[in-house]
Design a protein around this ligand. Structure first.
Ligand code: OGA
Ligand code: NI
Length: 208
């Protein structure tokens, strides 16, 4: 991992502030990608994924009308194969705090599998009862994705829409509280890693 990304991060952070979203291609190397794909396959084989929810108690059919993905949460202490990726995410958090004056601390990530024919309807990633998700992050792992495969991410930005193909090694950052988005129906199995950078209010140091 090269640690000398100062200039590039200034540009990236500008894009995120101006557009509320940022798309970076080749965020991970081919080597990292192969680690992810092996890791994904291992957990798919073990049937470790669970149907993603939209609120406690919602029935299966209703969930499927909103989102059809299956997820497995990551735990950075156990998922040591992904240490390099988590280091990159920590770097992103440090840069965003520095250049965007955000108060980010920590993250949560899950792997996501959208089987053929599934989607995730238009939504915001911040729920009212739990609003510490500040930046959404999605890393795509679809090596053979081609036009017509579907599963694009559609962003509803100020005055325009943006369609992002879920191609391998591409990462998307967006403001969780500002950007409505949806996953268009995928016609092939679709794999990604999705997470959130969490807002941590600055400590109440004035009380100390
Ligand atoms: C989500 C989501 C987008 C994607 O999981 O909340 O919107 O492209 N994912 O997978
Ligand atoms: Ni979302």
């Amino acid at each position: 991992m090269v640690n000398n990304h100062e200039d590039i991060w200034v540009d990236w952070v500008d894009a995120l502030s101006e557009e509320s979203c940022l798309v970076i291609d080749d965020f991970i190397s081919d080597h990292e990608l192969s680690i992810f794909l092996d890791y994904f396959q291992e957990h798919l084989n073990d049937d470790d994924f669970k149907k993603a929810g939209i609120g406690a108690g919602t029935d299966f059919q209703l969930k499927s009308q909103v989102r059809g993905d299956y997820i497995r949460w990551l735990n950075r202490d156990n998922d040591t194969e992904l240490a390099d990726f988590f280091a990159r995410i920590d770097e992103a958090i440090a840069k965003l705090n520095r250049y965007c004056f955000l108060s980010l601390s920590g993250s949560e990530f899950h792997m996501a599998h959208y089987p053929q024919g599934t989607f995730y309807k238009k939504h915001l990633d911040q729920f009212n009862h739990r609003s510490n998700r500040l930046i959404s992050v999605i890393l795509y792992l679809n090596t053979d994705w081609k036009e017509g495969d579907g599963g694009e991410l559609k962003l509803y930005l100020d005055g325009h829409e943006k369609i992002i193909a879920p191609i391998a090694k591409r990462i998307v950052f967006m403001r969780s509280d500002q950007v409505e988005h949806e996953v268009l129906e995928t016609h092939v199995d679709r794999y990604s890693l999705t997470g959130w950078l969490l807002y941590q209010p600055p400590g109440l140091t004035f009380l100390a």
